[in-house]
Structure formats: C-alpha cells, structure tokens
Design a protein around this ligand. Structure first.
Ligand code: AMP
Ligand code: GLY
Length: 436
C-alpha cells in the first residue's frame, strides 16, 4: 500500500515511524515544506512544497499512486487539503476544511458546545468588535483568557495573571487582536491541571489514546510565553493527578462534540479530535480542540501503540473504527524539545545544531530542521524532540534529559519536564483544588 504523509515536523516523524513499522509493509511518500531528514530516510519519495499548493499535493499523490493520505499539521487542513485529495479519489485521514473549524475557529467550537449543551464549557463570549468587551472583562473580574479567532500556532492566547494584569492591558490586547482577526473569544480563566486527550475517529466512534500532559510555557516552572509545546509526558494510562472519572468526562465531551459536529455540518469527521482539557475543582472542562495529533503529544503515544497503525488509519477512512480496540503499552514516556535560543519571541535563525552521541535508548524526532549537505540547520521553531520510554516517568525523564543534553548549539530546553518535583507539584495542586 502506498501512503502519503503531509507534514515535516517531529509529530510527522513519529507518524512516519508508526506507518513504516506496520506489518502491512506500506510504502511511504512524503510532502514536506522543509526536508526533515528523519522522514526523508523512511520515504520512497519526497516532495518539498508549500502547504497551500493543493494542486502540487494532488499531483504528487497521483504520481505516487497513493491509496491513502494522512495529514499531520493544521495548516494544510485549514487550506482544504482533505477536500482536494478526496475529490481525486484519495481517502484521507483528517477532517475536511469545514470540519477543521473545530481547531481553526475558537468561536465555532465554543458556539457548538453551547448550542448542543455539551458539558465542560467555561463562561465565554465571542466579539467581532470592541462593543461590550470592557463590560465582559469587568463581569468576569479580569480573570479571563483572550483568544484570537483563527490559527496562531499556539501563541496568540493571553491569560490573565501571566500575560496581562489590568483591565486596560486586556482591552488593549483585544483591540490589537481585532486589527488582524475577524473575531476573538473572551472566556473565564480556568484553574487546574491540563491534559491532552487525542482521539482518532471515523465520525461514528472514538479510539482514545492515553492522556498526555504538555508544557506550553517556554521556561522552567511554567514561566514565560506560550510556545507550541516544550515537552510532555504520559504513563500509557492515567496521568498522576487524574482520576478515572476525569478521563470519562473528557471522553464524553469529545464524543458529544463528534455527534454535534455531524449534526451541524452533515458530514462525518474523520481524523483526530484532540481535546485540550483541564481538571478543575468543578470537574473536567474543555480548553480547546485541535483537528490533528498534538506535537509533542504524538511522540508520547505512537511509540507505545501496539495496534497496527495502518489498520487504524484504514478503519478511519472506511468507517470501521468501532472494530479496532485501542491497545497501548502501559509504559511511561517523556519528551523534551531542544529549541533555538530566544524561542518563541526572538529565536536565532539558521543556526547549526549538532546531535553528537545520542544515547542508544533515546528516540530522536526531527522537527524544524533542514539538512543541508551534512549539517543540520534549525529554523526559528522547535528543533529536535528527544523521547525516553521506561516503566515509570522518573526513568523516562532521565533518558529524555540525557538525550536532549547530548545536542549542541544555540539551544535550550526545559530541564523540569517529567521530573519528580514537577509531577509532585501537579498532584499537590490538584489535591488542593479538589479539597478546597
Ligand atoms: P490554546 O492556544 O487554546 O491551546 O491556549 C494556550 C494555552 O492557554 C492553554 O494550553 C492554556 O494553558 C491556556 N488557556 C487557554 N484557555 C484557557 C482558559 N479558559 N483558562 C485557563 N487557561 C487557558
Ligand atoms: N501540544 C500542542 C499542540 O500540538 O497544539
């Protein structure tokens, strides 16, 4: 079977790995915007191009006689790549453009939750102008989060207490956002511990992956600006601060959203519904949906998946997902990203990164790097992800840390991800909230 993969990041590197290890021995063809050496190595053929060049993607897919396509990142989804490929008869894992609004429009998702009365919704309002903005900021006592309506690479959301303090600062940010976005969402700031639940779906049933916790903030101790995600961990089952009930609540929210989106758009959502959830004192709430696997979260779940990933992908497009039972090893994984100095606000650009002697038990996933001649150059985004897999988080953390420390160049990483101290802090935080 010939399979097309669109995307060039570490998430797609992990997807590529899961595809090629299938006992069905598929052949991989990759369309990337930069030459990810990890993906290129596993591919029969590679094409470098833009994610909005749908014609080029279609032609590449046809010339490689692909029978199935998989879309990694959100950009091609929001450009309608799934619609384009399906029009030429190529079944594709990923939602069509209209359905990808689950990620591309924060207002679409919140309004859908409201219309279908789905649990886990914070107080919110959508604004297309500044009218009423000040009143709503006051109504929520400035304890708010401001979200531009549209894709921002995880970096446009501003949170009270972290990114602004006063009503005036909040108002000014809203003013700024409305200059280049049609709308924004203001919502209640939720307090708790976040987790990602990534569910594959054929539009009719869900195949849940184990929950993962990402670390959005750039610096140690959750300080600094939001990033695409600096690293993550999972145990292959529950996270240490979660209860079974939390996971059930999150599953129910995604399942109801799956049904709601079908009712709203009249079309089955095929691909990934990745819910960003938060455990709060009042139960699980939804922060946002993404219409694809998480990056770094994909690197926590795909390496411990026992299922034949190609069987899962086929079941999604054929509408048979209810026949495939999710099967993951109960192993802990810790992922740490090496990112360029200055990331995310003022990253160094086009600098070399050297991987040196990476210990053999570390899994390496390339992200925003380009191989030129024998050297690896970073772009301005997350460069290389290092994953440790072990029976517990502590051991997995040591492996990932050894991995990331073996890389050299103008880079940094978060030493605290997966450490005992940080995990205990998360558990304590949740205990305090639940008991308060
Ligand atoms: P997003 O781009 O929606 O993933 O938001 C980025 C980050 O902002 C999330 O991972 C949260 O840490 C934070 N955030 C977003 N919405 C809320 C909310 N309603 N309450 C608290 N934090 C939030
Ligand atoms: N881990 C954050 C994201 O994939 O959006």
């Amino acid at each position: 079977m010939n399979i097309l993969l669109i995307g060039n990041g570490a998430r797609e590197h992990a997807i590529a790995e899961a595809i090629v290890r299938s006992p069905q021995k598929p052949k991989l063809f990759s369309y990337m915007k930069a030459n990810n050496p990890g993906i290129a190595k596993m591919s029969e053929q590679v094409q470098i191009g833009k994610y909005n060049n749908l014609e080029e993607i279609e032609n590449f897919a046809k010339s490689c006689a692909v029978e199935l396509a998989v879309v990694g990142p959100e950009d091609p989804l929001s450009n309608g790549v799934v619609d384009a490929l399906e029009q030429v008869g190529i079944p594709t894992v990923g939602p069509k453009k209209e359905l990808a609004k689950l990620e591309t429009s924060k207002s679409f998702t919140r309004l859908l939750m409201k219309k279908y009365n789905i649990p886990g919704m914070p107080r919110f309002k959508v604004f297309e102008s500044l009218e009423g903005v000040r009143e709503f900021i006051q109504e929520l006592n400035i304890r708010i989060v401001i979200k531009p309506d549209g894709l921002t690479g995880g970096k446009g959301v501003k949170v009270h207490g972290d990114h602004f303090q006063t009503e005036e600062e909040a108002y000014q940010y809203c003013e700024e956002v409305l200059k280049d976005h049609n709308a924004l969402v203001i919502e209640e700031k939720l307090i708790g511990e976040e987790f990602s639940l990534q569910s594959f779906t054929d539009g009719k049933s869900l195949f849940d992956c184990p929950p993962v916790q990402d670390h959005k903030r750039a610096f140690v101790d959750d300080k600094g600006p939001n990033t695409g995600g600096m690293g993550s961990y999972s145990t292959g089952k529950l996270l240490p601060f979660m209860t079974d009930q939390d996971l059930t609540e999150a599953h129910i929210i995604t399942d109801q959203m799956r049904e709601a989106i079908f009712k709203e758009c009249g079309e089955l959502y095929k691909g990934v519904m990745y819910g960003g959830f938060i455990c709060t004192k009042e139960g699980v709430k939804l922060i946002e949906y993404n219409a694809r696997l998480g990056d770094p979260e994909a690197m926590n779940i795909l390496p411990i998946m026992n299922n034949d990933f190609v069987e899962v992908l086929k079941a999604i497009v054929e509408g048979n997902l209810h026949k495939v039972r999710a099967d993951f090893r109960e192993e802990s994984t810790v992922c740490k990203y090496a990112v360029p100095e200055g990331y995310p606000t003022d990253p160094v650009k086009d600098q070399k990164i050297f991987l040196g002697e990476v210990p053999s038990n570390v899994k390496v996933y390339y992200a925003s790097v380009d191989r030129k001649d024998e050297d690896l150059y970073m772009s301005s985004s997350r460069a290389v992800a290092f994953v440790g897999i072990a029976p517990n988080i502590e051991q997995a953390q040591v492996i990932a840390e050894d991995g990331v420390c073996s890389a050299q160049g103008p880079i940094f990483h978060r030493e605290d991800i997966g450490t005992k101290e940080l995990i205990e802090k998360r558990i304590k935080h949740m205990e305090e909230l639940r008991n308060s």
